[in-house]
Design a protein around this ligand. Structure first.
Ligand code: ZN
Length: 235
């Protein structure tokens, strides 16, 4: 998800949909966790920033465990170069910046706050605010007690992008795999005091309509929609 040109949240295969000029404007990447569908676009993206003029390195913000997984398994000079050690015109091409739950990163365009969520590997969700408008981004998570109090503590919440991977029939699998199904997200939404537009993402291909229907049934008063590739959200 691209936020105001310069900030990317997660870096899956959708990164490849962005034109080179858009890629070269991105300065910060916030990763939720190290699973492939959240980092697959990162190696080629960082490579494509080489030679951009007047801009510093790409800063990759993530939990230390996520950064360690990248160092060890991706940017290890075997699978892909270690860009944190390769110099461009303005220093290293990539900088690792560990972030912990509860921490807020102050960028020029917005603030990004990190939140603990519960997945099969260490993971974070984020909230993003420009001081007037705020949205939340769950990343991959199952039911949890950490995301909802943090979102409730924000003065407002205009949008929430949240994953629901499996339909209710596969609730056991969703629990084991660290994902929401409509029933578990519906229960957690009971705890959210805000009334944001809720955009559902990460649905298993072919299950989208079933998941959406089950979710509408679980929380009939919430404003729900499916997040589409290429969609632009304005707050
Ligand atoms: Zn995952």
């Amino acid at each position: 998800m691209l936020v105001d040109d310069r900030v990317l949240i997660d870096a899956g295969t959708g990164v490849g949909d962005l034109p080179l000029e858009a890629l070269r404007r991105i300065e910060h990447v916030f990763l939720t966790h190290a699973h492939l569908d959240h980092i697959a676009g990162l190696p080629l993206f960082v490579d494509s920033t080489q030679g951009r003029q007047g801009r510093g390195p790409v800063t990759v913000h993530a939990r230390e465990e996520t950064l360690e997984a990248l160092r060890r398994h991706i940017f290890n000079d075997v699978i892909w170069p270690d860009f944190s050690r390769i110099e461009g015109p303005q220093g290293a091409l990539m900088v690792y910046r560990p972030i912990r739950a509860g921490e807020v990163v102050d960028l020029e365009v917005c603030q990004v706050g990190a939140v603990d969520v519960v997945h099969t590997v260490p993971a974070l969700g984020y909230w993003v605010s420009d001081g007037r408008h705020t949205f939340g981004f769950s990343g991959d998570t199952r039911t949890n007690d950490s995301l909802w109090p943090v979102l409730n503590a924000r003065a407002s919440l205009d949008a929430l992008i949240v994953e629901v991977s499996f339909p209710n029939e596969q609730r056991r699998l969703a629990d084991v795999a660290g994902h929401y199904c409509p029933a578990t997200l519906g229960a957690d939404l009971e705890r959210l005091r805000h009334d944001p537009h809720i955009w559902i993402t990460a649905m298993k291909p072919g299950e989208e309509q079933v998941i959406l229907r089950q979710l509408q049934h679980a929380v009939p008063n919430r404003r729900l929609a499916m997040l589409q590739t290429g969609q632009v959200l304005s707050l």
